[in-house]
Design a protein around this ligand. Structure first.
Ligand SMILES: C[S@@+](CC[C@H](N)C(=O)[O-])C[C@H]1O[C@@H](n2cnc3c(N)ncnc32)[C@H](O)[C@@H]1O
Length: 283
């Protein structure tokens, strides 16, 4: 029988071909197969694997070798300190998107009244859930064009006990309702089609979640055109952008909201990441 330390060594050696972090990935996968923590594994190196655990490990290592991303193999991933179910129907939540959630919560926490928010292109629901979990007064409408993604988003709200705060709707960008939102968050597809074809994520995560059209700004531009009919005076719109799109997105935002205060914020690596549009009392 193979021991934990032998299994880890063998798995890491296999994963060298497909991962920059083979040791960590091997530990994560084996911990997942055994239903134990990584710490437990490292403190029980001589423990033997059962045949069924070894067979699960082999299947999951094979999946990684075939290029399936680790979060899809595990079936879950962390975002904003919360654990989210993810499937190949949803984008894997990225740490860069935490900046959008930070800014949204900073703003929400200053509002004297409960707010109505929209999360456009919700995917796994990670933004909507993080907002609802950290601000019990906010109500969120989360939209996506993908019904399978919405099902996962809904499951995540239930898992985090915020399903009473978040409603899901399958629609193209904004929901067709007359109410105006105080806060609009959007992490829409923004990778230019041509660029996407040369990226590793292409074909591994849903194209619908990544492809932003010829210049990457198709969805963001449509969102900004529609947005004036959907945001309340003194409201705020937060749009995640690709690092090369800050200036162009700012120009589109200025055109849609000439009297708004517009800022492009950088992520931790100093790259443009977020366009923040704050509306005046009358716009
Ligand atoms: C970049 S992913 C973001 C997912 C999630 N908000 C996150 O931050 O991880 C973009 C999402 O927008 C959705 N989407 C694409 N086109 C859309 C449209 N026209 N209207 C609404 N959602 C759309 C995709 O299905 C995908 O779930």
């Amino acid at each position: 029988m193979i021991t934990i330390s032998q299994a880890l060594e063998g798995s890491a050696a296999t994963l060298v071909k497909v991962s920059d972090t083979p040791t960590l990935d091997a530990q994560t996968i084996l911990a997942h197969c055994l239903g134990k923590s990584r710490t437990w594994l490292l403190t029980h190196p001589e423990e033997s694997l059962t045949n069924s655990a070894f067979s699960s490990l082999q299947q999951e290592i094979n999946a990684l070798e075939r290029g399936i991303p680790l979060p899809y193999v595990l079936g879950h991933w962390e975002f904003y300190g919360l654990d989210f179910t993810v499937t190949p129907d949803t984008l894997i939540p990225r740490p860069e998107t935490e900046l959008l959630v930070d800014k949204a919560l900073d703003w929400l926490n200053l509002q004297p009244e409960p707010c109505m928010a929209a999360d456009i292109g919700t995917g796994s629901g990670c933004i909507a859930v993080a907002l609802a979990k950290h601000n019990p007064d906010v109500s969120v409408i989360a939209t996506d064009i993908s019904y399978p993604a919405l099902k996962i988003g809904r499951a995540n709200t239930i898992q985090h006990n915020v399903d009473h705060q978040v409603n899901f709707l399958q629609t193209d960008l904004f929901p067709p309702i007359a109410d105006r939102f105080d806060l609009v968050c959007a992490n829409l597809p923004y990778i230019p089609t041509q660029t996407l074809q040369n990226l590793e994520v292409s074909g591994r995560e849903p194209d619908m979640a990544l492809d932003g059209g010829p210049n990457g700004l198709d969805l963001i531009s449509s969102l900004l055109e529609e947005a004036p009919g959907h945001i309340a005076p003194r409201g705020i719109l937060l749009i995640e952008v690709e690092s090369s799109q800050g200036a162009k997105a700012q120009y589109l935002a200025q055109r849609a909201f000439p009297s708004a205060e517009i800022e492009v914020l950088s992520d931790l690596s100093g790259k443009d990441r977020l366009v923040m549009i704050q509306l005046p009392k009358i716009y």
